[in-house]
Write a protein that binds this ligand. Structure first.
Ligand code: T5A
Length: 222
């Protein structure tokens, strides 16, 4: 039986990592084999590209930046995602192609048709994408709770947290990225489900689990 491919998307602080882990645990408890992974990253080579993209102080041309994200993604697909799906596992990826469209396309103004073309060339779309949505102020409060204030990181006196290249791009950038995710969800309703993630962690998890079970028509574990 072929595996199932689920991606979790949204701006920083919406709870992707938290919810990806909870979903993986729930599916494992129900007896499924799960591959939990993330982007950019997932293999040593793709993690090296992540370091370049997030920690480097480079000013890539927009197309080069999109290509670097897709280079990391091709590595991730070829070495992790496709093999896991071939083994019949559930693959849960914390970010995937929609992040490139939202961050580089909508956020940074890179050519969206170029990014769409790269996605078609890669030729592996998720079966289901959960887009978590949250007002920017709530995301900022959540990240501040763990010492990582969104678009203020490391700017305040005495701040010790380190910003990555995207987190440093400011409130207008994140507003465009959020709007990008909303437009992606509207454009592809069969694949994408946008969920409000303002609720408590267990409540958001219940919503996601119900959506996954319904999408794949799997009976809940007794
Ligand atoms: N990027 C990535 C691109 O530009 N293009 C691309 O193609 C790709 C793939 C990756 C960066 O790269 C960019 C996007 C990003 O800028 P990352 O660190 O992998 O960076 O991703 P982030 O989104 O930055 O991860 P975060 O950890 O910041 O956000 P999450 O995963 O959405 O949030 P999470 O789960 O870590 O939770 C944040 C905090 O909120 C709490 C958690 O406990 C945690 O403290 N929380 C809640 N609190 C209250 N109620 C809830 N419901 C909560 N859910 C979580």
């Amino acid at each position: 039986m072929p595996g199932r491919f689920i991606t979790i998307e949204g701006i920083e602080g919406v709870g992707k990592t938290t919810q990806a882990r909870l979903l993986a645990r729930a599916l494992e408890r129900a007896g499924s084999a799960v591959c939990l992974t993330r982007e950019p990253g997932g293999t040593p080579e793709a993690e090296a590209l992540r370091t370049l993209l997030l920690r480097g102080s480079f000013d890539w041309s927009p197309r080069a930046e999109a290509l670097l994200h897709f280079a990391a993604r091709a590595e991730h697909v070829d070495r992790v995602i496709a093999p896991a799906l071939a083994r019949g596992e559930w693959v849960i990826s914390d970010r995937y192609s929609d992040s490139t469209m939202a961050y580089q396309g909508y956020g940074q103004g890179s050519d969206r048709s170029f990014i769409g073309g790269l996605r078609r060339l890669l030729a592996l779309d998720p079966d289901l994408t959960i887009i978590l949505d949250l007002p920017l102020e709530v995301a900022r409060t959540r990240l501040a709770g763990r010492g990582l204030p969104l678009f203020e990181r490391a700017e305040g006196p005495g701040s010790t947290a380190e910003k990555d290249r995207y987190e440093a791009l400011g409130q207008d950038f994140f507003a465009r990225v959020r709007e990008g995710f909303r437009e992606i969800a509207t454009a592809e309703p069969e694949r994408c489900l946008m969920l409000d993630s303002t609720g408590a962690i267990p409540a958001v998890h219940e919503q996601i689990l119900a959506a996954v079970l319904e999408h794949f028509m799997v009976a809940p574990a007794q």
